[in-house]
Structure formats: C-alpha cells, structure tokens
Design a protein around this ligand. Structure first.
Ligand SMILES: *[C@@H]1O[C@H](CO)[C@@H](O)[C@H](O)[C@H]1NC(C)=O
Ligand SMILES: *[C@@H]1O[C@H](CO)[C@@H](O)[C@H](O)[C@H]1NC(C)=O
Ligand SMILES: *[C@@H]1O[C@H](CO)[C@@H](O)[C@H](O)[C@H]1NC(C)=O
Ligand SMILES: *[C@@H]1O[C@H](CO)[C@@H](O)[C@H](O)[C@H]1NC(C)=O
Ligand SMILES: *[C@@H]1O[C@H](CO)[C@@H](O)[C@H](O)[C@H]1NC(C)=O
Length: 530
C-alpha cells in the first residue's frame, strides 16, 4: 500500500518540468491530490486493521504466557503444551512476522529481535515433533489420545487440525511416513469437526497421499488424490499423480493386484499403518526396553522376593542419619538410595545448572549433519566441586555410598530432558576404539551414580532390559551400579536406558567413577572371571 503512495508521489515529481505550462495540466494535479488523499486514507485504514490484528495477537500472547507463567514447570510438564509453545514461537511466529511485522522492519531492528533470539528454531520444532512420536511408540498412544489430551487426567490442551498437520509435516520431512500418516489422518478428522478451519484440507491430502504411496498403498493414495482433486480440480501435480497411480494399479499383475487390493504393502495393513520396525527397534532387547518403560515385566526374576530395603551405616556420615538402601537387582548389583538430597540442596543444584545448560553430546551415533545426537534429547551442564560447596558435598556422599575414591571421578553432569526426552539403551563404559575417550590413568567408567532431581508424573524410568529391572525416578533418590566386572571387563548386563518422559519435568545428576585409583577399594577378584 505504502509503496503505491510513494509511486504516485514520484510520478508527480518526475514530471514537474511541464506542470506549470497549462492550467489543464494543473487540473490533473488537483485530481492527483485527490487521488493521493484517498490512497493515504486507504493506507491508514489498512494500517489500523494491521494494528488491530497485532493488538489481538499481543493480547493472545499475554494471556497464554501469563497463564503458563503461574507455574511454568506444571505447564511444560504436559508434552502437548511444550510442543505448542515451540510451534507458537516458530511457525506461528514466522507467520505473524510475515503478515504483520516485516513491513515496518520492526523485527530486524528493534527490541523484538533481541527478545526473539531465545526463540526456538526449526530444528527444535523437528525435535519436539519427534519427541511426541517417541511417546506415542513407547507408551502405545494413538494420535487421537495425545491430540485430545486424554492420556492425562490433568487439565490439558487439545491439538487443532493445524497442530496435528504441523507434526505430520515435521516428521514427513524427516522421511518418517508412518508417523506422518498417523498425524495427517488425525488432522483430517479434526479438520472435519472444526468450524474455524486451522489447516487446508487439500494440503493435508497432498502429504497424506504421498505417504501412503510411499508404502505401496496405491489405492489409498489414489482415493486421497481424488478427494484432493475434488477440492482443487485443476491441480497439475494431483492430476499427474492420479494418472501415475491409475497406471501402476492397472499394470499390476494378478499377484500384485491381490496385494494392492488389500493394501498390504507393509507397514500399511488393511488401510491402517503399522509401526515400522528396523532390526534395532524390532529386537527383543528393544522391545523389552519399551515394555519396562511401560511398567511391564520382561523377565522372571526368581530372587525378586529377596530384594529388600534396609538402613545402612557403613560409613561415618551415615551414623546419625542412616542411608536408606533399596536393592533393585542382585547380579549385577543395582541399588537405589532414598532421600540422598534434601529439597533445598536439590533446588540449588538446579539453580546453578540452569545458566550452563547445553545440548548433550554422546560418544557415538551422533547425527553427522547437525553434530547433535537425535536420540539423546536433553541439555547438559557440568560442575566441578568448586561450583558450589553442595556439589562437593554430593561428591563426598557418592564416594561414601559407593566405597569408591574420588581420585578419577568425572565432574557432576546435570541433565534436563526435553519433550519425550530419553536416552536410548546404551552402556556407560566405553569399548574398543572409544577407549581413547578416557586417559590412561583414569581408564574406564567403573560405576554410575545417578540422582533424580525431580519426580515425574509418568514415564522417564531408568530401565535395564537385560536384567528386567526398572528404577522409578523419585525426587532426591539416587541409583548406583557397577559398569565393569572386577576383572575390568565391561558388564554387558548393565545395558540401560532413560525412558521418554510421558508427563513431567525431568532433571538428573550423574557422577561417573573411573577405574583409576580404585585398585585398593575395589580390587580384582581372586578369579579372573569375576
Ligand atoms: C486518479 O484516479 C482516477 C480513477 O481512479 C484515474 O483515472 C486517474 O488517472 C488518476 N489520476 C492520477 C493523476 O493518478
Ligand atoms: C481443571 O479445570 C477446572 C475448570 O476449568 C478447574 O475447576 C479444576 O480445578 C482444574 N483442575 C486441575 C487439576 O487443574
Ligand atoms: C475415498 O474413500 C472414502 C472412504 O472409503 C469414500 O467415502 C470416498 O468417496 C472415496 N473418495 C473417492 C474420490 O473415491
Ligand atoms: C560398601 O562397603 C560396605 C562394607 O564396608 C558394604 O556393606 C556396602 O554394600 C558397600 N556399598 C556398595 C555400594 O557396594
Ligand atoms: C572377566 O570375566 C568375564 C566373566 O565373568 C569374562 O567373560 C571375561 O573374559 C573376563 N575378562 C578377562 C580379561 O579375563
């Protein structure tokens, strides 16, 4: 609009060498003046509309943030809220910038830009969508259950068709057509019910038909493309796709036709997508990991009844207040200690960690493109004992509990997990070439001491798929196990994982003890196979 006003003005200035020559041309000037005034009015009208819209946006943002800021941890404990926050500040915000702010260049210059620099980025949106799909897989929740918020008894938010579409789109671009189908289907269902549409049906059908065709479900893809063409009859790609699907279906031989008829091109069975499993996710150990996360039993554990809780006083610091020990597994030994920290100590550890949080790296399996691991979804802060007297005291306590020296112990690692945050099954000790990670004198990680700084409402267990044990995180309790046999060989039974958070806010603190310096406190056994 403003561009047009400027154009008119320049035209007039550009021709001013002859305007004084006749009254007739001055009449034109009057006409132009009138035109300009009208255009200014139109510009003002458009500006007022724009400002009204911006005011409504500001009001909506105020309302959303003030409600959530009453208790941010409670609000963000719900993965649906967390996902929506990330979406609001990425796709929704970009739309606001494009529609209402770019004109004035407010974003690239003014204070909004500085504030918006803490906004999430596209990769965070991808991560958030991935987090939801992990929750879905591990806890057997369908998209409808998550989208309607009925997986929790808390007051919860629902997803709109547009939200479901956004999840479907994010995972589609990560080539995850299975989850894309689940979320696009949900987007369609919600779209039909919406009085104020939050997505475009033709666009949903575009993605959905492609994802079905990706799995060889050509009849389904054809049907969806026809629905799409009913909305956009002239769409060239839709027409080309229809022609393609029809040709392939017609050319299929009898056997293939039989297959297409049932749409059995895995993983779509009877028109319904089935979870796609790789060798890794289809393995027994992976399925045990998921079962343990859901609180199911995976192994017969004959000695389970002998696992007891008891008070321990084996170190002077436990004389006055004894250690509350729970034996979780005998061999390999896994212990859980309760009330190791107090609430105020816990709060201090989180407080000193907040400013230091960075996205975690791992030793292996990191994504070559981003350098970030896409299977470990947390942020990390490291503290040496000088950070705070309390951190030093926690080290002392970990040493007293484990009977290990602090000579080669790692700094305290504090982790805060994100949406559906997890750490897939792994060992804490290093093997083969990774051994170079640790120095000659420190050597391998002999024991892991992990403290839970928050209690989760659902999910987030630490599980051991090889032995069938699970630690339910309780605030201020810590778990301990030895990663190595006495002869220094890695104990493969300590394979463990952090399950995705289903509902809650997860903080943990890790302390890894190394072999160096433990020669006298944890000597080799008499037998080299011990
Ligand atoms: C003013 O507007 C009228 C109608 O919109 C148009 O015909 C005319 O050419 C315009 N005059 C100038 C000088 O822009
Ligand atoms: C849920 O919302 C209702 C009203 O919207 C309110 O009365 C109730 O206290 C809320 N419950 C929780 C657990 O927040
Ligand atoms: C696609 O399938 C649905 C349900 O099976 C049906 O209602 C719809 O009419 C079909 N669309 C076309 C264009 O064939
Ligand atoms: C530490 O040593 C004491 C005996 O001195 C023993 O009772 C206790 O179980 C040991 N703790 C661990 C974690 O092995
Ligand atoms: C250590 O003991 C385990 C079994 O207890 C055995 O498999 C492994 O080979 C032993 N390692 C060495 C270096 O002797």
């Amino acid at each position: 609009m403003r561009v047009e006003v400027l154009l008119v003005v320049t035209l007039i200035i550009g021709t001013n060498c002859e305007v004084f020559t006749s009254l007739a041309s001055m009449e034109k000037m009057l006409q132009a003046e009138s035109n300009v005034s009208q255009q200014i009015r139109e510009y003002i009208k458009a500006e007022i509309e724009r400002l009204d819209a911006l005011e409504a946006i500001a009001e909506e943002m105020e309302q959303h943030s003030s409600q959530a800021l009453v208790s941010p941890e409670d609000h963000l404990a719900n993965p649906v809220n967390s996902f929506l926050l990330v979406k609001r500040l990425t796709v929704d915000w970009n739309k606001i910038v494009n529609d209402y702010l770019v004109l004035e260049n407010k974003v690239s210059s003014g204070c909004i830009h500085d504030t918006a620099s803490v906004f999430p980025e596209t990769i965070d949106l991808q991560g958030a969508a991935l987090g939801l799909t992990r929750i879905q897989d591990v806890y057997h929740l369908d998209s409808e259950t998550i989208a309607s918020g009925s997986f929790t008894e808390q007051n919860t938010t629902e997803f709109t068709a547009g939200d479901c579409y956004e999840i479907g789109k994010q995972v589609y671009f990560q080539n995850d057509h299975y989850h894309s189908i689940l979320w696009m289907e949900e987007a369609l269902v919600r779209w039909e019910k919406e009085s104020e549409k939050t997505a475009e049906k033709n666009v949903i059908l575009d993605y959905l038909s492609f994802s079905y065709s990706h799995f060889g479900s050509l009849r389904k893809a054809l049907n969806l493309t026809n629905d799409w063409l009913a909305i956009e009859p002239g769409h060239e790609r839709a027409i080309a796709n229809r022609r393609y699907y029809e040709r392939i279906i017609a050319e299929a031989d009898d056997a293939e036709r039989q297959k297409l008829k049932g749409d059995n091109g895995a993983p779509v069975v009877d028109g319904k997508p089935h979870r796609f499993l790789t060798d890794y996710t289809g393995s027994k150990s992976y399925s045990d990991y998921e079962k343990l996360c859901r609180g199911e039993e995976t192994h017969k554990r004959p000695f389970k009844h002998r696992l007891v809780c008891r008070y321990q006083r084996y170190h002077p610091i436990f004389y006055i207040s004894p250690l509350k020990e729970e034996m979780l597994n005998f061999d390999p030994a896994i212990y859980v200690y309760h009330d190791v920290l107090t609430d105020s100590q816990n709060a201090i550890i989180k407080e000193v960690s907040r400013p230091k949080l960075h996205r975690s790296g791992v030793f292996s399996k990191t994504d070559a493109d981003t350098g970030l691991s896409n299977f470990r979804t947390s942020q990390t802060a490291w503290h040496d004992d000088s950070t705070h007297p309390l951190i030093a005291r926690l080290s002392q306590k970990a040493s007293a509990i484990s009977n290990l020296t602090l000579e080669t112990v790692e700094h305290l690692q504090v982790l805060n997990y994100g949406i559906g945050g997890l750490y897939e099954p792994h060992w804490d000790f290093v093997q083969g070439e990774e051994r170079n990670e640790f120095s000659e004198s420190d050597r391998n990680r002999v024991a892991t001491f992990i403290c839970y700084l928050s209690e989760l409402e659902a999910g987030g267990y630490t599980v051991y798929p090889t032995v069938g044990a699970a630690v339910v995180p309780r605030k201020n309790s810590c778990a301990l196990w030895y990663n190595l046999m006495r002869n220094g060989t890695g104990d493969y039974r300590t394979y463990h994982a952090a399950c995705p958070i289903l509902y809650g806010y997860k903080w943990v603190a890790n302390k890894w003890f190394h072999e160096g310096g433990q020669e006298f406190v944890r000597p080799c056994g008499l037998n080299s196979a011990e």
